[in-house]
Design a protein around this ligand. Structure first.
Ligand SMILES: *Cc1c(COP(=O)(O)O)cnc(C)c1O
Length: 388
């Protein structure tokens, strides 16, 4: 018999969660919602006045994202975490939350590249000036600070070149001068570096990498201290950026296996990095856990481990054709951006992001070491190096 539209709309689950059977899945449910129902007019009115405690609309997230954000807050040891649809959006939202027209932003020169584009376009347009300081500045950061400096953005180790920053030295100067510090903590994950214990105010992750861990999720987080929470919440409310709930679900699931995955990534990458140092064509391997890395002592002092991505610089004399031959000969390494997943990946190019970098203008190859057998990866790299 044909059912009416009204019967279809009101059949089965009707938005009253008390009508559901008692059911405790080990993972939180994946909620997909724009509308969230209120019990009565009084609740609706409270929501309209900003007095309602619970979720009022899909842009507040859901218990799924809340579970993930809560986990990140606990792991980072912060006060409040907000998930964003990507790592870059987490960074740019933090910058928008704390910078005003007329402010100066100070950024480490080894920062994730697209941040430069955001600073040069949108921040510039809204009257925020940006300058860059050498990743190894340490307490000399003082020389780069102006009376207008409002926020310092760190990333340690830096993208592609893996310089380690003296975070406590920098945050000590920043605190004295009333400047907020934020760090991109993606490489270390919450397991290997604890930003809040080193005086940082805001910790940012591209969850896209190790935390989700399977190269199928784009997600970011920013975790802030209590004094920063009010201003950060205000921006999040104004933008109403909400992370995809399925991505939050997958990220929380990824988090549960992060320690065992990282253990293998760390072991394999350290093994391959130190082995690579002796190979023909390889001038320098840029991995903070190697004893001859320029800031190895800082890494040893502040970090409790290393992850699976590093770069190496080719000996002088090799050209782009040689780089292309190496990359194209690799069998087990996918050619592609991003990292932190199970499959090994390679990117390569002439390093030109920053003239402040000691590697400016050099041919550089970046390896993301996945979860394959270490011996197989070495064999693959060996045969590709022969093509140099
Ligand atoms: C990938 C990456 C980002 C950006 O993350 P997305 O989720 O890809 O937007 C930010 N910082 C670092 C260090 C990264 O490697």
């Amino acid at each position: 018999m044909k059912k009416t539209a009204t019967e279809i709309i009101n059949s089965g689950y009707n938005g009253d969660s008390h009508s559901l059977a008692r059911y405790h899945s080990i993972n939180p449910p994946l909620y997909q919602a724009s509308t969230v129902l209120f019990e009565n007019y009084a609740e609706l009115r409270a929501a309209g006045q900003g007095q309602y405690e619970g979720f009022t609309y899909g842009t507040d997230g859901s218990p799924t994202s809340q579970a993930f954000e809560q986990a990140m807050t606990e792991l980072e040891g912060g006060f409040l975490t907000k998930a964003f649809p990507s790592g870059l959006l987490a960074i740019t939202s933090v910058l928008q939350a704390f910078l005003n027209s007329g402010d100066h932003l100070l950024v480490c020169n080894s920062v994730y590249g697209p941040v430069r584009r955001f600073a040069a376009t949108l921040l510039h347009r809204f009257g925020v000036t940006t300058s860059y300081f050498p990743a190894n500045a340490g307490a000399d950061i003082e020389a780069y600070i102006t009376p207008q400096t409002r926020l310092i953005l760190l990333e340690s180790p830096g993208s592609n070149t893996f310089e380690i920053q003296d975070v406590p030295a920098i945050t000590a100067v920043a605190r004295r001068r009333g400047i907020i510090t934020a760090i991109d903590n993606t490489w270390a994950t919450p397991l290997f570096f604890q930003p809040f214990q080193h005086g940082v105010d805001i910790s940012i992750h591209s969850v896209t990498k190790y935390i989700s861990g399977h190269s199928d999720v784009l997600l970011g987080t920013a975790t802030v201290t209590e004094p920063c929470a009010g201003q950060f919440r205000k921006l999040c409310r104004a933008l109403e950026i909400v992370a995809p709930q399925d991505a939050c679900y997958l990220a929380l699931r990824g988090l549960k296996t992060l320690p065992v995955r990282l253990q293998q990534h760390e072991r394999a990458a350290r093994d391959i990095a130190s082995w690579l140092q002796g190979q023909r064509g390889v001038e320098t391997v840029l991995h903070p856990a190697l004893p001859d890395h320029p800031e190895h002592a800082l890494w040893q002092r502040d970090f409790t481990g290393s992850s699976g991505i590093f770069s190496f610089v080719l000996e002088a004399g090799y050209d782009e054709q040689a780089v292309a031959r190496f990359v194209d000969r690799l069998q087990l390494f996918g050619i592609g951006y991003s990292w932190g997943g199970f499959k090994s990946l390679v990117t390569a190019g002439r390093f030109g992001q920053s003239e402040l970098s000691r590697y400016h203008g050099r041919w550089m190859i970046r390896l993301n070491i996945g979860l394959e057998e270490i011996a197989d990866l070495k064999e693959d790299i060996t045969q590709a190096l022969a093509a140099l």
